[in-house]
Design a protein around this ligand. Structure first.
Ligand SMILES: [Zn+2]
Length: 304
């Protein structure tokens, strides 16, 4: 049994047809965790979809209406990069609900992991790059509205810059946004996060881990009530949409350092999986499973 909960729902997996986004990865991660004996059924919690009220704390009513009714222009559809479906809308609502529930659980348990989410390219009024609803932003604002959250740090280690996150929290003094990404990659326009580290193409484990040190420390020095960690699998050397050179071991060490530092600082962590487009989907699954393992190893210990 894990020392924290995993938020999972079959509805997070959407059939996108032939698409570079392996949406089935969520189900595969769940299956691998069970098969490998890392988690048992009791470790999983099924989230509820986010409420309209919670979504409206981040997104415009006009955009939510368009999403529900599939009323997008050709240009908007191209930016989204995923085909609209009723299931996709439901999955987006569920991911936001999962992040919200995970945040509440992390505050109690020290950690919680969403087997999904990390939709950091979603903006208040439009979707981009496979991201329609900004799950983490919905969670932050929902918990704040409930009075149970003050300062927050968002540490985004997906290979792509967190443009939606940066835009949503650009003028929020209580939310510290960090993005460590490949500079010469999507998105073209990168609105400023509190800390942006634009990495050169092709760097490997040691350079990456060295670059992480300062931003990780800064995000915890902010003394947040909660750290949201976007544990993207796409800095991986064999990722089709990434251009960095991290190995699976390097990514696991990345995760370990994040959890270790947060634990030492007494800051609870909410994890979302974010991107992962390895040539072999099984590699993406392994990287995400390793994130859960790293968290289990750090948070299982009795003393920080
Ligand atoms: Zn990404």
């Amino acid at each position: 049994m894990l020392p924290f909960k995993l938020l999972f729902h079959p509805g997070l997996t959407v059939d996108l047809g032939a698409h570079v986004f392996p949406a089935q990865k969520y189900r595969l991660v769940r299956d691998r965790l069970l098969e490998a004996g890392i988690a048992d059924h009791g470790d999983f919690v099924a989230p509820h979809p986010a409420s309209e009220q919670d979504l409206l704390r981040v997104h415009t009513p006009e955009y939510l209406r368009k999403l529900q009714q599939d009323e997008f222009s050709v240009r908007e559809r191209i930016a989204m990069e995923v085909p609209w479906s009723r299931d996709l809308v439901q999955a987006s609502w569920l991911a936001a609900g999962a992040a919200t529930e995970a945040a509440g659980r992390a505050k109690r348990d020290g950690c919680a992991v969403v087997i999904g989410g990390g939709f950091h390219h979603a903006f208040p009024d439009h979707g981009e790059g496979f991201c329609l609803i900004h799950d983490v932003a919905v969670a932050v604002r929902a918990l704040r509205a409930g009075g149970s959250l003050g300062r927050v740090a968002i540490l985004d280690l997906d290979v792509h810059q967190g443009n939606g996150t940066a835009s949503i929290f650009g003028d929020d003094p209580d939310t510290f946004t960090v993005s460590l990404h490949q500079e010469a990659n999507y998105p073209v326009g990168k609105p400023p996060s509190r800390i942006d580290v634009g990495l050169p193409d092709g760097i490997g484990d040691s350079e990456y881990l060295a670059a992480l040190e300062g931003p990780l420390a800064a995000s915890l020095d902010f003394a947040p009530d909660l750290l949201f960690y976007l544990a993207g699998a796409d800095p991986y050397e064999h990722d089709l949409l990434g251009g960095l050179g991290l190995t699976q071991d390097g990514l696991r060490e990345r995760d370990r350092r994040v959890f270790e530092a947060a634990r030492r600082a007494g800051v609870p962590v909410t994890v979302t999986l974010a991107g992962g487009y390895a040539a072999k989907t099984s590699d993406t699954v392994t990287i995400h499973v390793n994130t859960v393992l790293a968290a289990a190893q750090v948070f299982a210990r009795a003393d920080p």
